[in-house]
Design a protein around this ligand. Structure first.
Ligand SMILES: Cc1cc2nc3c(=O)[nH]c(=O)nc-3n(C[C@H](O)[C@H](O)[C@H](O)COP(=O)(O)OP(=O)(O)OC[C@H]3O[C@@H](n4cnc5c(N)ncnc54)[C@H](O)[C@@H]3O)c2cc1C
Length: 257
């Protein structure tokens, strides 16, 4: 199912249960006496007793001409998401840090025609035999741009003028969480900068939950949805606890002496 179709079905389904979907970007979450207030860029403000943040992450790509335009089509990041569609094709992997050699050997499972593009002097000597043993070719030097013809990626143009023909490229991106709403509230982050969450998505701020890629870089669609389900149950239980506390308070206030 195309991703937009999945979103459409999901939104229709929750509307059927009386949920209101407001379109817009939340610029800030603020703590209030009653809970929280979401402040939207359009000026609208929405109050809530509890908040679940599921704002995902951004994939930051190397600054190479043409890469962003092909993102998700024939410039790909995840062998588990896209490998099947490009199996047995002429594939490339673009260097994006020391883990790229291992990443290349994961992509190698999908094709016997794989090129690893690496700048000069970055590939560890220890990685060369691991790549050679699996027939992964290494092309070293600077990449100028990706070559696109008739809306298809056809190769990689090196700065020295060589063009290496390829059908698709894999790039391990830098994953950046969209977590400013959470960090703005003071949610704790771990040593790698990701918001710390408990097993049901609880954050260090009572009343605030986070699920999916905003707090878990390994989440895929089904994982993010599963985390959302667990958080929903946890939020509901928390609301019930509040309601019971409130009811007990009211009863004890009005009870005859
Ligand atoms: C090219 C590509 C292909 C992929 N293929 C697969 C695949 O085949 N299978 C798979 O399981 N996963 C795949 N994934 C990963 C998958 O898309 C994510 O893991 C998943 O969507 C994470 O869900 P999420 O709800 O955490 O975040 P997202 O789906 O990213 O949703 C976050 C939402 O929050 C919104 N948002 C962000 N900030 C704000 C704000 N301030 N105010 C209001 N809204 C905000 C965003 O606009 C977005 O709609 C792919 C990812 C990419 C990039």
């Amino acid at each position: 199912m195309p991703p937009a179709g999945l979103l459409h079905v999901g939104r229709d389904e929750v509307r059927g249960y009386g949920v209101t979907i407001t379109t817009g970007s939340v610029s800030e979450l603020v703590k209030t006496a009653a809970g929280f207030e979401a402040r939207l860029e359009c000026g609208q403000r929405v109050g809530a007793r509890k908040v679940l943040v599921a704002t995902g992450l951004r994939d930051e790509l190397p600054d190479i001409t043409g890469l962003r335009q092909r993102w998700g089509t024939d410039v790909l990041h995840c062998p588990y998401c896209h490998g099947w569609e490009v199996r047995d094709k002429a594939l490339g992997v673009l260097w994006n840090g020391p883990d790229t050699a291992r990443f290349a050997n994961i992509v190698r499972q999908w094709t016997s025609d794989l090129v690893l593009f690496a700048p000069d002097d970055v590939l560890a000597e220890a990685d060369r035999p691991l790549l050679a043993a699996r027939s992964v070719r290494v092309v070293e030097g600077g990449v100028d741009r990706v070559v696109v013809e008739s809306d298809h990626l056809t190769g990689v143009l090196m700065r020295d003028g060589r063009t290496v023909a390829r059908d698709a490229l894999f790039v391990p991106p830098r994953l950046v969480p969209n977590d400013t709403l959470l960090t703005g509230l003071g949610c704790l982050t771990d040593d790698l900068g990701w918001v710390v969450v408990g097993v049901n998505g609880t954050t260090s701020i009572p009343g605030v939950w986070a699920v999916g890629n905003v707090s878990n870089p390994r989440a895929q669609v089904i994982t993010a949805a599963g985390e959302g389900s667990a958080a929903a149950i946890s939020i509901n239980a928390d609301l019930v606890d509040d309601d019971v506390r409130e009811a007990v308070h009211e009863v004890t206030q009005v009870a005859p002496p």
